[in-house]
Ligand binder design. Structure first.
Ligand code: SF4
Ligand code: SF4
Length: 76
């Protein structure tokens, strides 16, 4: 699963998240959503560090960020 999920149908294509991402992991799609905007997406998943900046800056709460959970250490 990607670390960043978008509700693309609600994205207004403002590009704030794309500009805010310090890793350059986001971009906007060529194709428009049903509102006629070009929604943002995680173009380069390997670059994402789950910092959460994109979700914080999005004015429409379109983005959810997940952080990987460390594997459990077996008890001795
Ligand atoms: S969580 Fe951070 S690194 Fe990942 S896409 Fe969002 S701003 Fe970029
Ligand atoms: S900040 Fe939000 S509304 Fe703007 S492009 Fe990114 S996901 Fe879409």
């Amino acid at each position: 699963m990607d670390r960043v999920l978008f509700d693309a149908a609600r994205c207004k294509g403002c590009g704030l998240c794309v500009s805010a991402c310090p890793e350059g992991a986001l971009a906007q799609r060529e194709e428009a959503n049903r509102m006629g905007y070009h929604p943002a997406y995680l173009a380069e998943p390997a670059k994402c560090v789950s910092c959460g900046l994109c979700a914080v800056i999005c004015p429409d709460l379109v983005i959810r960020v997940y952080r990987p959970v460390a594997a459990a250490v077996p008890a001795r």
